[in-house]
Write a protein that binds this ligand. Structure first.
Ligand SMILES: [Zn+2]
Length: 449
């Protein structure tokens, strides 16, 4: 069962599927490389988190007639970086959405997705926007544009990058991204909402048999989007809801507070160093906006204070269409807070997987290998990068050898450093070979079956 998601069979699967990518080139001597080789090679750079992986493999190929690009990533002929750019640029990022679903559906099939089921018996999907490219000079027709105060034009790319999350679970599972396009609007908030609606329209059917809670920040807590999720797709939302942007709703909350009609729960938590006071306030069925036909939502707030100093350590409020009871208010707030945790703590995994930039040392800023392209290159590369991230996470969830190695090597950085160094000097026939070699070197024996 597990085999279908092993690295070796996944790479065969991708080779087979990506061989069907449309080839719009006219046959001439530029068609030396197959498109599938260009895509697999770009994927390898992201998967290895190494901008020099392909250069090393070209060298191995010329000296030894073989390389890890072929044995591990099924690249038959390794194209140069500019050739990869030309091969990948005309493709569409949307083509690769199906690859995410292949992986996620297989996880479902193997009952592994259950790991992400939360205390409310739903799967939580955090919706979030991320900028993953920015330049004052380089641009493409898919670039978004903004002018800063000094009149300088900035070009950038943004996407909604939804992920499965669960409170207390370190891993997140990326779902297919949805790219924000120049036609989506001028305001950041509008663009993100339009892209989120497009994402829901395209992907909601995958969850028709499941109950899903969508998590998002304040900009998602708007009536059309909440209505769409609750009434059209019959799912749940837990969105941050700030007083500044929901003045009508907070007039109700103030009124309920003054009349002592808010439900309140206080809990004491020990965080290992000091006591914390967790105060919850709830209000059922308050109007999300001013005016008629306002959607009625349930409101909750969590304030965490330092028990000794009284300092506020965390404060946030949410609206949801989950019914709030004294029993589920706490898991609801925890779930809402999970989104916030992703933004703040998981930054060094998912966001830089796309954003690169300041975290270049982590080896994520890899699209520079290939330049920016003139068609869909930037978005295709970002998609392949997320796909690589998803596959690593899946290996971490299901592959015992991968798990043993990650445990033995401590940090993610050491693991990737070792992968890069080994594949620079040696050729491995398969991923199993590579992992066995590493396990033997580390003297970590596989557990008996
Ligand atoms: Zn661009």
């Amino acid at each position: 069962m597990r085999e279908k998601l092993s690295l070796q069979s996944l790479m065969s699967h991708f080779r087979e599927r990506w061989a069907n990518l449309p080839d719009r080139r006219k046959p001439n001597n530029h068609t030396k490389y197959a498109i599938v080789d260009g895509v697999l090679a770009a994927f390898a750079v992201f998967f290895m988190q190494s901008s020099s992986f392909l250069a090393h493999q070209r060298l191995l190929q010329s000296k030894k007639g073989r390389s890890n690009a072929r044995s591990l990533f099924q690249v038959e002929e390794i194209p140069s970086d500019p050739q990869i750019r030309n091969l990948v640029d005309p493709l569409s990022g949307a083509y690769f959405q199906e690859d995410f679903w292949f992986l996620l559906d297989e996880l479902k099939e193997q009952q592994r997705l259950l790991q992400f089921r939360n205390d409310l018996n739903t799967y939580a999907i955090a919706l979030d926007g991320v900028n993953f490219f920015s330049s004052e000079k380089i641009s493409c027709p898919k670039c978004l544009k903004r002018e800063d105060r000094s009149g300088t034009e900035h070009f950038y790319h943004s996407a909604i990058t939804p992920v499965f999350v669960k409170p207390g679970q370190a891993q997140v599972l990326p779902l297919p991204p949805e790219f924000i396009v120049p036609q989506d609007g001028r305001e950041k908030q509008d663009c993100e909402r339009v892209a989120a609606k497009r994402w829901l329209a395209q992907h909601h059917e995958h969850f028709s048999a499941y109950s899903v809670s969508y998590l998002g920040d304040d900009l998602y807590a708007n009536q059309p989007l909440c209505q769409l999720i609750a009434e059209t797709y019959r799912q749940f939302f837990i969105f941050v809801c700030k007083p500044e942007s929901h003045t009508g709703l907070y007039e109700w909350i103030d009124f309920l507070e003054q009349t002592n009609s808010l439900e309140k729960v206080t809990q004491r938590h020990w965080n290992g160093k000091h006591g914390e006071s967790w105060q919850y306030r709830f209000a059922p069925q308050v109007p999300l906006r001013n005016g008629e036909e306002a959607l009625l939502v349930n409101w909750l707030e969590l304030v965490i204070t330092h028990e000794m100093t009284g300092e506020i350590l965390y404060q946030n409020s949410f609206v949801t269409n989950h019914t709030i009871t004294a029993a589920n208010g706490i898991p609801l707030a925890q779930l809402g807070r999970t989104r916030w945790k992703i933004e703040n703590e998981n930054n060094n995994t998912l966001t830089p997987a796309l954003a690169g930039g300041a975290r270049e040392t982590k080896g994520y800023h890899l699209e520079h290998n290939f330049g920016h392209g003139q068609q869909d290159l930037a978005n295709v590369l970002a998609t392949l990068n997320l796909l690589a991230f998803l596959i690593h996470t899946i290996q971490e969830m299901i592959e015992p050898a991968y798990q043993r190695l990650r445990r033995a090597l401590g940090t993610r950085k050491t693991f990737f450093n070792d992968l890069r160094a080994l594949t620079r000097y040696m050729i491995f026939d398969s991923w199993d070979d590579l992992f066995l070699f590493m396990e033997a070197g580390l003297e970590i024996a596989p557990e008996p079956p």
